[in-house]
Write a protein that binds this ligand. Structure first.
Ligand code: SAM
Ligand code: DTB
Ligand code: SF4
Length: 363
C-alpha cells in the first residue's frame, strides 16, 4: 500500500493537476481504489443553526452582515428543531449532520451550551455529528469532543497567498490554530476550500500543499465551487468549468489518498455526467438536502436517483471511525473557561471589500 506523503511541493501538485486529463483520471481512480470502496459515497446534511449577521468579511459569503444579501437571518435554532431535522436527514439516507453557525468564533455561554446539547442529541441518534462554528479554543474543542462530536469543519478556503485578497478579519494562521486545537481531541478534522474565487491554479495547488502537510491529513476535505451570491463582492465572478472541478478533485485524491473528498457547494451547476466524473476521480462524499447553508443544492430524491444510476451506495455512519461516547452536561469534566482568545484581526485592505462597502452604503 502507498504511504502518505506530507511534503508535497506546489510544483509537484501543479504537475499532477495539469496532466493530460486521461492520465490524471487514471491515476486518481487507481489511488481511490487502493484506499476506498469506489461504490460508496458518504452523505452529509447541512443545517444552518444560526444564519446571517456575521461580523466577518469573507468575500464569498452571503452571511456576512456587511454585504446586504437577500438571506433570511435567524437566531440559534432550538435543540428540538435540530433533532427533528436530523431525524429527517437520517430517514433520507444521510449518515452525518453538519451544523453551521455564522459566527467568527465560539464564545462560552448559553448559546455554546445549547450547541453542545445539539451535539449530544444527534450523536444519540447514531449519526455522525459535525460542527462548523468558526474559530475555537482547545478547551472548546474538548467540550465538543466530550459531547460526542465526530468532526469539526474549518476550511483553509484558499492558499495563504490569495487568502489576503479574500478575508481581512482573520488570518490564515488563525485557521491553522483552530485545526490544531481540534487535533488535540479525538474529533476528526474536515478542512478544504473553494475554487472559482478568481484565484490562480497556483493558489489551488498552494491550498493543497497546506492541507497535505497537516499530520495527520484531514479526514475529510470539502471542495466547494464558489456560489456567487448577489450582494457579495464576488457576485460577478463567472462560474468555473466542470473540468476544473474534476482536476481539483482528482488532484486532492492523489495528494490525500485516505481522506473523504467531498463534492460540496456548486453541485446545482453540475450535470450528472460531470458529477459522475468527479466520483470517478475520487470524490466520495456529498452534501445532500435541498439547501446548503443559505443557497440551493440538488433535491435529495434527484441525488438518490443519480446514486441508483451510478450504482453508488450511501455509506453507513462510523465506518471510518468508532462512534464517540457522549458525556452528559452534568458529568462534564471540562468547565467553560470564559476565555478571551487573541484571534488576530490582520485588517489588510482588500480592494474588493472596499468596493463592496461603498456599494452597500449607496443602496
Ligand atoms: N462561520 C464559520 C466559518 O467561517 O468557519 C462556519 C460557516 S462558513 C459558511 C463555512 C464554509 O462555507 C466557508 O469556510 C466556505 O468555505 C464555505 N462557503 C461559504 N460561502 C460560500 C459560497 N458562497 N460558495 C462556496 N462556499 C462557501
Ligand atoms: C463546506 O466546505 N461547505 C459547506 C460546509 N462546509 C459548511 C458550506 C457551503 C456554503 C455555501 C453557501 C451557502 O449556502 O451559504
Ligand atoms: Fe462569517 Fe463564516 Fe461567512 Fe466568514 S464564512 S462571513 S466567518 S459565516
Amino acid at each position: 500500500m502507498s504511504t502518505i506523503k506530507h511534503d508535497w511541493t506546489k510544483e509537484e501538485i501543479l504537475a499532477t493537476y495539469n496532466k493530460p486529463m486521461m492520465e490524471l483520471l487514471y491515476e486518481a481512480a487507481t489511488v481511490h481504489r487502493e484506499f476506498h470502496n469506489p461504490n460508496q459515497v458518504q452523505v452529509s446534511t447541512l443545517l444552518s443553526i444560526k444564519t446571517g449577521g456575521c461580523p466577518e468579511d469573507c468575500g464569498y459569503c452571503p452571511q456576512a452582515a456587511r454585504y446586504h444579501t437577500d438571506i433570511e437571518g435567524n437566531d440559534l435554532m432550538t435543540v428540538s428543531h435540530v433533532k427533528a431535522q436530523a431525524l429527517r436527514a437520517k430517514a433520507s439516507g444521510s449518515s452525518r449532520v453538519c451544523m453551521g453557525a455564522a459566527w467568527r468564533n465560539v464564545k462560552d455561554g448559553a448559546e455554546f451550551d445549547q450547541v453542545l446539547e445539539m451535539v449530544r442529541t444527534i450523536n444519540k441518534l447514531d449519526m455522525e455529528v459535525c460542527c462548523t462554528l468558526g474559530m475555537i479554543t482547545e478547551n472548546q474543542a474538548k467540550r465538543l469532543a466530550e459531547a460526542g462530536l465526530y468532526a469539526y469543519n474549518h476550511n483553509l478556503d484558499t492558499s495563504e497567498d490569495y487568502y489576503k485578497d479574500v478575508i481581512s478579519t482573520r488570518a490564515f494562521q488563525d485557521r491553522l490554530d483552530t485545526i490544531d486545537n481540534v487535533r488535540k481531541t479525538n474529533v476528526t478534522v474536515c478542512s478544504g476550500g473553494i475554487i472559482g474565487m478568481g484565484e490562480k491554479v497556483e493558489d489551488r495547488a498552494g491550498m493543497l500543499v497546506a492541507l497535505a502537510s497537516l499530520s495527520p491529513q484531514p479526514e475529510s476535505v470539502p471542495i466547494n465551487a464558489l456560489v456567487a451570491v448577489e450582494g457579495t463582492p464576488m457576485e460577478e465572478i463567472e462560474p468555473i468549468s466542470i473540468w476544473e472541478m474534476i482536476r481539483m478533485v482528482a488532484t486532492t485524491r492523489i495528494v490525500m489518498p485516505q481522506t473523504q473528498v467531498r463534492l460540496s457547494a456548486g453541485r446545482t451547476e453540475m450535470s450528472r455526467e460531470g458529477q459522475a466524473m468527479c466520483f470517478f476521480a475520487g470524490a466520495n462524499s456529498i452534501f445532500a438536502g435541498d439547501k446548503l447553508l443559505t443557497t440551493p443544492n440538488p433535491d435529495v430524491n434527484e441525488d438518490m436517483e443519480m446514486f441508483k444510476l451510478l450504482g453508488l451506495q450511501p455509506m453507513k455512519p462510523f465506518v471510518k471511525k468508532a462512534q464517540p461516547e457522549t458525556v452528559e452536561a452534568s458529568e462534564s469534566k471540562h468547565v467553560p473557561l470564559g476565555e478571551k482568545p487573541r484571534w488576530s484581526r490582520p485588517g489588510h485592505t482588500i480592494e474588493r471589500n472596499e468596493e463592496a462597502k461603498t456599494k452597500a452604503s449607496i443602496k
